[in-house]
Design a protein around this ligand. Structure first.
Ligand code: SF4
Length: 350
């Protein structure tokens, strides 16, 4: 018999590369333990809180119960356990509360996509007591053996504070990839945006994550320094990325978001934004200075620049451009975008 007790939490945010892959979203902590960055609106009005190991395993049990009941409906309908539309409708009819469950659709999509990847929410799962994180990862993997990859957001500063053996234990327990918000490698800009970490801290955190065997995905923000800091932002970001040589470098172009301090600075003229063309010039300078073997990615709609032919300058593919092999190709595409005045982005950042 289906149970009415599918009680699990699902947070709002995950990287695009985890949405397209239909990852299972499992909430290990709530919101961001730092929450001071002046450009970030993600958790501004939410308080950080930890979740106990019991809460997390209880969520995983509830997800497993929902998956099991969906498969049972499928068997009953003769669909051999496949999660079909009819099986979903049959269970929703028996448990109408599922229509209002904020994680049911995510879980169903994940099962339909093959159930192979998971993303741990929210902003910095490495803040958890390491033994709880290891236990929660092990429980997740043993409950859903189909999971092949687990990823999460993390802060470089937190990783830098963890012992190498601790990081290796977390890696061995099943955490495969960490998504790190570098934003910039420039110390002056890091201080200005209240990132709470220095360029050296970013390097240490990134290198320790690499040494522990994680796949490392670093995010940077073209345009974050405005007109004043554009040159040093590009140069020092490349310097940090060269020192870490992560698996992925992902571009998240900056735009001031309402409700953030930097938005107010832009409104008063204290922060002067780059034009779309200047932002593209900054990307060119950063890319030119990269000496890495990373995949350089533009996997977000905010990378909006167009070529003369009207296509996108950047592929939005999650795997991006492999360096150094595709560096010249990427620079040629950027030159194409620089050949005319780029229109402003119509993309709405949320
Ligand atoms: S650490 Fe990340 S989630 Fe937290 S405030 Fe900064 S950018 Fe936002």
């Amino acid at each position: 018999m289906p149970t009415n007790d599918y009680n699990f939490e699902t947070g709002v945010f995950r990287p695009p590369s985890e949405g397209g892959a239909a990852s299972l979203l499992v909430r290990f902590t709530r919101n961001c333990p730092w929450n001071h960055c002046t450009f970030c609106a993600m958790y501004k009005h939410e308080r950080f809180s930890r979740r106990s190991l019991e809460e997390i395993t209880s969520d995983i049990d509830a997800m497993a119960a929902l998956a099991r009941d969906l498969r049972d409906e499928s068997e009953r309908l003769g669909h051999n356990g496949r999660i079909t539309r009819d099986a979903v409708l049959a269970l929703f009819k028996k448990v109408p509360g599922l229509n209002h469950h904020n994680g049911a659709a995510m879980l169903i999509q994940w099962l339909m996509a093959g159930g192979s990847t998971a993303f741990l929410q929210d902003g910095n799962s490495l803040i958890m007591p390491p033994k709880d994180l290891v236990a929660a990862l092990s429980y997740l993997k043993s409950t859903f053996p189909s999971i092949r990859r687990i990823t999460t957001y993390a802060r470089a500063r937190t990783i830098a504070q963890r012992a190498p053996d601790t990081l290796r234990d977390i890696r061995k327990a099943g955490l495969d990839r960490v998504h790190l918000g570098l934003e910039t490698g420039d110390d002056e800009l890091l201080k200005k945006i209240k990132k709470g970490v220095t360029a050296e801290g970013h390097i240490q955190g990134g290198q320790k994550a690499m040494d522990a065997g994680f796949q490392v995905s670093e995010y940077w923000m073209p345009g974050l320094g405005g007109k004043e800091l554009t040159e040093q932002h590009a140069r020092n970001t490349a310097r940090v990325l060269n020192a870490v040589n992560p698996h992925y470098i992902r571009s998240r172009p900056f735009r001031p978001l309402p409700g953030t301090p930097i938005y107010d600075e832009a409104a008063t003229g204290a922060f002067v934004q780059l034009t779309p063309k200047e932002q593209l010039l900054e990307i060119k300078a950063m890319v030119q200075a990269l000496e890495v073997t990373s995949k350089v990615c533009f996997d977000h709609a905010a990378n909006h620049w167009r070529t003369r032919g009207g296509g996108l300058v950047f592929s939005h593919d999650y795997e991006g451009y492999k360096f150094p092999e595709e560096k010249d190709t990427l620079l040629e595409r950027i030159e194409d975008g620089l050949a005319f005045d780029q229109p402003p982005s119509t993309f709405l950042h949320l």
